[in-house]
Design a protein around this ligand. Structure first.
Ligand code: SAM
Length: 280
């Protein structure tokens, strides 16, 4: 298998298609609060996002729509987009079960094909992208242009992601004290082609489509891409917590986040808000 453009997309899609059924049953993706109309986002988004009622929101890489549906339950008009067919089928079923068809639509498309799949330039008050999204995309400049394409002037991107300075470490390269070891340069730039049969949300699951292609995007590159695309940075926060067990040494907390055991060694995640320049 060569690592051409088509190969990364096909491999990543097969991997994500397979994870949908696993995640629909996983405790980490518990859907009971959503079904009860009381779902929460993670504490970081809850603290930073603010009210969404009445806003139009594009949720890129929405998986099977748990967060998209949560935003719709809070009164937003939402489009969720993901390239995985099983994810979009499950998201549509959930929307219908929850009676949210009037306020939410799910579209199956690659992020890079979103302008053709959705059209609607400058239609959204917000673009929402969170937790394990941009690492699946090779070209951060093109991603930023797509975000800008969809935002109204004055509209905002909300992004929350794993911190790239933590992503250069890995448990496979663990040091003697059990801390994750350094395994890839921050400015690596190229695809990380991995073969992993485990799933982060269900330790008992085994994935057959193991091959994935991921990219570490330095924070400076993300901000620069957004500015070039016509957005202005409002704020950027670094956090000592992340919503999945990024490393074995992290400890689970009651708020659903994972943190270092004692010292706050490194940021584990970051979030930012960027506003599309122009007069609303
Ligand atoms: C870790 S999940 C994101 C979870 C998301 N924050 C949520 O609301 O549940 C990553 C998602 O990105 C999607 N994805 C990966 N590459 C993509 C691409 N090129 N275009 C569209 N979706 C993609 C996957 O199908 C998967 O659903």
């Amino acid at each position: 298998m060569t690592d051409s453009d088509d190969d990364w997309r096909r491999a990543n899609r097969a991997n994500w298609d397979e994870r949908v059924a696993i995640h629909l049953k996983a405790d980490a993706y518990d859907l009971a609060p959503l079904r009860a109309g009381s779902a929460s986002l993670h504490p970081i988004e809850e603290a930073e996002l603010g009210p969404v009622a009445g806003q139009t929101i594009l949720h890129l890489q929405c998986h099977f729509g748990r967060d998209s549906l949560t935003l719709a339950q809070r009164g937003a008009v939402v489009i969720g987009l993901d390239f995985s067919e099983p994810a979009i089928v499950a998201a549509r079923e959930l929307a219908s079960e929850l009676g949210l068809e009037e306020s939410i639509r799910f579209i199956q498309s690659d992020v890079y094909d979103a302008p053709g799949a959705i059209g609607a330039p400058e239609a959204f008050d917000r673009v929402f992208v969170t937790w394990g999204a941009i690492n699946w995309l090779p070209d951060i400049g093109r991603w930023a242009e797509i975000v800008a394409h969809f935002l109204k002037p004055g509209g905002r991107l909300y992004l929350a992601e794993g911190h790239p300075s933590a992503l250069v470490f890995d448990d496979e390269a663990a040091a003697e004290d059990g801390m994750p070891g350094w395994y890839v340069p921050y400015f690596h730039g190229q695809a990380l082609v991995l073969d992993q049969a485990w799933d982060y949300a269900d330790a008992a699951a085994t994935i057959a489509n193991t091959r994935t292609h991921e990219w570490i995007h330095p924070i400076g590159g993300v901000v620069e891409a957004l500015v070039r695309a016509g957005l202005s940075l409002e704020w950027l926060h670094e956090h000592d917590a992340v919503p999945w067990r990024m490393f074995k040494r992290l400890q689970a907390h009651e708020d659903g986040m994972y943190r270092w055991p004692d010292k706050r060694w490194l940021p584990l995640s970051y979030s930012l808000s960027a506003v599309k320049v122009g007069t609303p």
